[in-house]
Write a protein that binds this ligand. Structure first.
Ligand SMILES: [Zn+2]
Length: 326
């Protein structure tokens, strides 16, 4: 076949060259990308739930091979016949399946490839021997980064109302005292707390507090409170940018299934929370009082967990009001 630049190359070489140009254009399309196809999209969702559920920009990452090629710089290098022919051999940069039809381009503010092996190893270790997480260099780096952040973090006031929901059943006359930390003996493993370690989980909006624990046919009281005391807050919220290594690591945590796994059913052992509980231990060790993080249930929602709350909530919060939903 006639070629603009690659007459002297074999057919096989031309297929590889075409793929290289395609990958180059993917990379330049966004600053730090990973593309996934029909085959691997579900797997990507499972690995990066934070990214998929929050980043509205990413929802626009859907495209088709034809559309992408039509707008990419590949036009400058190949004749239309070459594009037509070699596009049939393109492979998904994520799973290597043949790329036909549609794919998604996701942008992360860090190199996914750099972190992916570590994340897999951490997930395996968290499931096999959770007390040994610190034997992994990635977990050690997480501790170092959080300790570093703890040294420079200043106590700050929580802005705006905070909301906390409780089942309405058995609580006919709810008061502020009912929205403090639960008694230790009643506390099972949670996203950030070990069993027997009470923490207070708050949301920045009533809706978020409700959807975080909503169950069909169950009523909840949702208390609106103002948090009075200043706290040192570890910020694990999703951000579109990450410049320093510490910011990259925090964004990797915030977006990966290690920290943003949706709650998976009832039961005593919650393996999906092992790494978040490790992060909470790091935060406590570094002198933080709370962790702020993005909701996994409410796209725009944000949560705050108070790591070592006092027994008497009235000393740190004042009640605005209580509503019963739904
Ligand atoms: Zn794929």
């Amino acid at each position: 076949m006639k070629s603009r630049y690659f007459e002297s190359n074999t057919e096989e070489e031309r297929i590889l060259i075409f793929q290289e140009y395609f990958d180059r254009d993917l990379e330049s399309f966004f600053s730090s990308t990973i593309a996934c196809c029909d085959e691997c999209h579900d797997d990507f969702n499972a690995r990066w739930p934070g990214t998929v559920s929050h980043d509205i920009e990413l929802q626009r990452g859907y495209t088709t091979v034809d559309e992408f090629l039509r707008t990419s710089r590949i036009q400058d290098t190949f004749y239309p016949e070459e594009i037509e022919r070699f596009s049939k051999f393109l492979r998904c940069p994520n799973c290597d399946a043949v790329l036909d039809g549609e794919f998604w381009i996701y942008e992360h503010p860090f190199s996914v490839r750099e972190f992916s092996t570590a994340l897999n190893e951490i997930a395996a270790l968290a499931s096999r021997a959770p007390f040994l997480l610190l034997t992994h260099p990635f977990a050690h780096e997480v501790l170092d980064v959080i300790v570093g952040l703890g040294k420079v973090a200043l106590p700050q006031h929580v802005t705006g109302s905070q909301f906390r929901a409780r089942r309405a059943n058995g609580l006919p006359n709810p008061a502020l005292a009912d929205f403090g930390a639960p008694p230790a003996h009643a506390v099972s493993e949670g996203r950030y707390n070990h069993a027997g370690h009470p923490m207070i989980y708050l949301a920045a909006a009533e809706r978020t507090a409700f959807v975080e624990i909503a169950a069909p046919g169950v009523s909840f009281h949702v208390a609106e409170m103002i948090w009075n005391g200043p706290m040192k807050i570890l910020d694990l919220q999703l951000k579109p940018e990450a410049e320093t290594r510490a910011e990259e690591l925090i964004q990797c945590l915030a977006r990966s299934s290690l920290c943003s796994a949706p709650r998976a059913g009832e039961g005593w052992v919650k393996r999906e929370y092992v790494f978040t509980r490790f992060v909470a231990d790091c935060a406590l060790h570094a002198g933080f009082d709370a962790i702020s993080y993005s909701s996994t249930k409410d796209r725009d929602g944000s949560n705050l967990v108070v790591l070592a709350p006092t027994d008497d909530i009235a000393t740190v919060a004042s009640l605005v009001g209580i509503r019963t939903l739904p």
